[in-house]
Design a protein around this ligand. Structure first.
Ligand code: SF4
Ligand code: SF4
Length: 222
């Protein structure tokens, strides 16, 4: 993926149509190779992987499927490309995603990107990134494919805001405190198991609020 990403200049709402539909990527797996540490996972992504792969966070790391790395000043998990093939470890020999139904949010989005501005989340179309010609139009929320779409959208915005505010807090903290907070966030959102009684987004939202309160971050949504 290039660093200078081109878009069509538009900012799409979740219910708008966008020319992103590459017809199931048939015959192409370009964005499943050579992605480095860019497929950063949020707590929902990891929860889906753990539940559907039947593995703990520790096992996902030990088995070389995920790694931990720095992302925006935090230690967060990302998909670990196979060091020999430079392919995603979830890419099958047939060039298909073996975890398609519970693949991470970043994989779902492509060739869309997220735009966070003025406390709002919209979507952009990365016009030169998908190799597939003649992409058809599809509703943004349908392309992402996580239900309920509105709750997922709100979670992504809340998680982004939390990360941004946390980064600001860390910038003002002593080294020992920074380590403590980074470990606490990893443990709470990625390692720990929790019950959600069918509404994972409500649980995640509550966990974010609890963490904000615990760290004295307030409830800003900017
Ligand atoms: S998780 Fe699936 S869609 Fe995402 S990079 Fe890996 S193989 Fe591709
Ligand atoms: S480049 Fe486009 S068609 Fe190819 S895998 Fe990525 S999204 Fe699918």
């Amino acid at each position: 993926m290039s660093i200078d990403l081109k878009t069509d200049g538009r900012f799409y709402e979740p219910e708008e149509m966008v020319r992103a539909n590459c017809q199931d990527c048939i015959g192409c797996c370009d964005c499943c190779t050579g992605m480095g540490d860019t497929i950063v996972l949020d707590p929902y992504d990891v929860r889906m992987l753990k539940n559907n792969c039947g593995k703990t966070m520790e096992q996902l790391l030990q088995q070389g499927l995920l790694s931990l790395g720095m992302a925006g000043g935090l230690i967060l998990p990302h998909i670990q490309m196979n060091p020999e093939t430079d392919c995603c470890p979830f890419l099958s020999d047939e060039g298909r995603c073996s975890i398609h139904a519970y693949r991470p949010g970043i994989c779902r989005l492509f060739p869309l990107g997220r735009n966070f501005e003025d406390g709002k989340l919209t979507y952009i179309l990365l016009t030169d990134e998908c190799k597939k010609q003649n992409r058809s139009k599809i509703k943004v929320s349908q392309w992402i494919g996580i239900k309920p779409a509105e709750k997922y959208h709100n979670f992504i915005l809340e998680w982004h805001t939390f990360r941004k505010n946390l980064t600001a807090l860390l910038a003002m903290s002593e080294e020992a405190r920074i380590k403590e907070i980074l470990m606490l966030v990893l443990k709470t959102f990625y390692y720990e198991e929790w019950l959600d009684e069918g509404d994972i987004f409500a649980v995640l939202s509550e966990k974010i609020k609890e963490m904000e309160k615990r760290l004295g971050m307030g409830y800003t949504t900017e």
